[in-house]
Design a protein around this ligand. Sequence first.
Ligand code: ADP
Ligand code: MG
Length: 297
Amino acid sequence: MYHIQHIGIVGRTGAGKSSLIASIFRLVEPQGVITIDGIPTSTISLPHLRTNLSIIPQDPVLFTGSLRMNLDPFQRCPDDRLWQALADVQLSNTVKHNPQKLEMNVGVGGSNFSLGQRQLICLARALLRENLILILDEATASVDPQMDALIQHTLHSKFDHCVVITVAHRLNTIMDSNKVMVLDGGQVVEFDHPYNLLQNSGGAFSNFVSQLGPTEAKRLGQVAYERYQRIQEVQTTKTDEKQLEQNQLENDLVVKDDELEELNGYVYSKSSCCDLPFVICHLYQHLLMTAFVLGTV
Ligand SMILES: Nc1ncnc2c1ncn2[C@@H]1O[C@H](COP(=O)(O)OP(=O)(O)O)[C@@H](O)[C@H]1O
Ligand SMILES: [Mg+2]
């Protein structure tokens, strides 16, 4: 896994998706090695590991109490940050219209909010925690398409600097991921960009997509293709920028070499004020050398 990536995880029921998430949080100790930035998670203390990962479970349950407590359980954030997070997930109007505002009551398990709204509250909480890894277990229960689109939009706009791991139950939500991992029987059977996976028509991911029917499969294929093209373009630009930077660096070095040569030849015309101590030092050395040579003659 690389920095800043959106990864989709797919697989049939029992494939091991939830087990993988449980292993990342070390709810069960993994047999293999899971590393974050090269550090095995087994060497990180549990509180440190878990406070640095955000998760939005399939059926997010809220605490009974105030909305403020649900957003910021440790009361670390000022009100304006809480309102900003609510605005980011487009819940600020709903909360503003409640007379108790941030102190509004959250019923048992968040019963006075819809499933989609509960997910949005969890997203707002994740935004406030500013963790760089977000794990999302998609809701299987029906979230209306508008809410689904809003959640996806928030994920892409507000978590674009994060690693987002989505356990996907709807393939359309992960077609524009950087990578898709297909699990089967507890094993990773495919792991690549969805566009690349779709090139293998007999592959597991292609089979999942084709099961949705030709029209939907074509549409999803197009989404994957467009995203793939965008990534290629960004990579090309980055390579160009790197090349430009390298050229600039080489130019700088050439200039420095020129200046050094001139200095060595006691041509100081190009030297800036910053080079003055160096020039004086150089002259002093030269005079000392001359005196030494004259003295020995
Ligand atoms: N706590 C557990 N103890 C033993 N086996 C488990 C446990 N949880 C899940 N499993 C088994 O591990 C396999 C993967 O399950 P799971 O990770 O829940 O799959 P998925 O989330 O992809 O549906 C299944 O065969 C399941 O029965
Ligand atoms: Mg599961």
